[in-house]
Design a protein around this ligand. Structure first.
Ligand SMILES: [Fe+2]
Length: 280
């Protein structure tokens, strides 16, 4: 299966025309109603559950085609968020933070990223670092980064420093600017970019008004631990301070459990906050 092998070998797959015109109009109208997600780390638009429900069957079938036995198997479709350049979304190179703080691994974690408004296919996309390019340029670095998250990138004097924003310090240093091994798949409205959770990505540019729907999928059976949640650093603390409701709920759950599955954690913490917050 091309999608599964692309995700394993390259870390991403472009699925053209995933949403049709009617579905795009529904999401566009939903975005225009301007509901915000309660997270001070960034301004994300909230996706109405009923609009997401209308494409649930389609996305679930997509997940079925992604599963590879014992290697990459998301089994649960989460909520969605809108990422809009006109709302200040402009991220540098990173691996996602909050999904990693919550899920504690990016194994089996998939980002389904679909532009719903995009004036130009060559602009305002996501730039990414393909896994096969990592393996050629710096296989030893990729060994440290695979399935990880909460990393930021700083380029200085031609070198790339990759920070560990979960527990502090650096995960890896590269002897070249990371941009040298990047790619930018061109997307039209409705095209889906499927990205593994451990993929490094950044906003290509903010020159056009792009709005993207991002829906996350993961494997609810993974175990999460209190120890991992409590491990921290300055950057992780800053994220926690910007979303006290969600992290407070997770902390409450871990007060009672030293470990549980991600599915159990989300059920218990969502019951306390009555909302889910997707990641950057
Ligand atoms: Fe991200």
């Amino acid at each position: 299966m091309t999608i599964a092998s692309d995700l394993m070998n390259r870390g991403f797959h472009v699925f053209r025309q995933c949403l049709n015109e009617e579905e795009l109009t529904d999401f566009h109208d939903d975005y225009a109603s301007d509901k915000a997600i309660d997270n001070n780390a960034y301004r994300l638009g909230k996706v109405s559950p009923q609009v997401l429900l209308s494409v649930q069957g389609k996305l679930t079938r997509l997940l079925e085609s992604v599963k590879t036995e014992h290697v990459f198997a998301p089994n649960h479709l989460g909520g969605g968020a809108y990422f809009a350049t006109d709302k200040g979304i402009d991220f540098g190179w990173h691996q996602d933070h909050e999904s990693f703080f919550m899920q504690q691994t990016h194994q089996d974690y998939l980002n389904i990223y679909i532009p719903i408004a995009k004036p130009n296919p060559t602009q305002s996309n996501l730039s990414i670092i393909p896994i096969d390019s990592w393996k050629v340029a710096s296989p030893e670095a990729w060994k440290l980064l695979e399935w990880q998250g909460a990393s930021s990138v700083r380029t200085e004097n031609g070198k790339t420093h990759i920070s560990n924003d979960h527990s502090g310090g650096e995960r890896a240093t590269l002897n070249f600017p990371i941009d040298e091994i990047s790619e930018t798949p061109c997307l039209n409205p409705g095209d889906a970019l499927l990205l593994r959770g451990d993929m490094f990505h950044k906003t290509q540019d903010t020159q056009t008004n792009r709005v993207a729907l991002s829906v996350r999928a993961w494997n609810n059976r993974h175990t999460v631990t209190r120890d991992h949640f409590l491990e921290t650093c300055e950057v992780k603390d800053a994220f926690k301070e910007k979303n006290t409701s969600m992290y407070g709920a997770i902390a409450s759950v871990f007060e009672a459990h030293s470990q549980l599955t991600i599915g159990e954690l989300l059920v218990r913490s969502n019951a306390l906050t009555q909302q889910t917050t997707p990641d950057s």
